[in-house]
Design a protein around this ligand. Structure first.
Ligand SMILES: [Zn+2]
Length: 205
């Protein structure tokens, strides 16, 4: 029985939705995002050879979507960048240098602040965690530094995971969401990483 009319916060969202009690936390950061339930993906590449051509990127993204199939999202391919929720772009080292990415950066996810809308504060063991919804376009850059396809695939899944809302990194060497590319030794999620994001989607979507 509902005893009280739920209060509405300034964003017009029910407080009950905002004050999510979190059971898991697998990030060094205190933020988490979510998006969806419909997510369109556009991909393109400046690389005509190597392991970050457009067709290879399409394959990596398909793997990433399978990795996160448990979130309840519906993915589709977009034929144009305009209107796409996630744009994935393969770039060469020169372009990466011009964009200011250092030599040790293999992938980057850009979530513009105008693509974020605060939902509320979650509670994990008494610690506040800030939850936002991704309501606009986000961008993933994959940088061709001559790495093999296994490496590129892992980086693509890692960046795609950021674009689904995984903010920050998981401090366990070898894991998918580890902070350094050379320390990402798997393309699969650990239970902790999966729960970190899935608890948000299960509750918010
Ligand atoms: Zn990362």
């Amino acid at each position: 029985m509902l005893l009280f009319t739920p209060a509405i916060d300034s964003a017009g969202l029910g407080i009950t939705r905002a004050q999510q009690n979190l059971q898991y936390w697998a990030s060094s950061a205190d933020k988490v995002y979510f998006r969806g339930p419909y997510v369109s993906v556009y991909y393109t590449s400046l690389c005509s050879s190597g392991n970050l051509t457009a067709s290879k990127i399409r394959g990596y993204i398909a793997t990433a979507e399978t990795t996160w199939s448990s979130l309840g999202l519906s993915f589709s391919w977009s034929s144009t960048q305009n209107g796409a929720d996630i744009t994935v772009k393969g770039i060469d080292e020169t372009t990466a240098g011009n964009m200011g990415y250092d030599y040790y950066v293999y992938g980057y996810t850009d979530i513009p602040s105008e693509s974020l809308e605060g939902v509320g504060v979650g509670n994990y063991n008494g610690t506040p965690k800030y939850i936002s919804e991704i309501t606009g376009a986000t961008f993933i850059y994959l940088i061709d530094r001559g790495k093999d396809s296994t490496f590129c695939n892992r980086i693509a899944i890692h960046e795609f995971t950021h674009s689904l809302g995984y903010y920050g990194h998981y401090n366990v060497y070898g894991s998918l969401m580890y902070s350094e590319a050379d320390g990402i030794l798997t393309g699969a999620l650990s239970t902790n990483e999966r729960n970190h994001l899935k608890q948000i989607y299960d509750y918010q979507l």
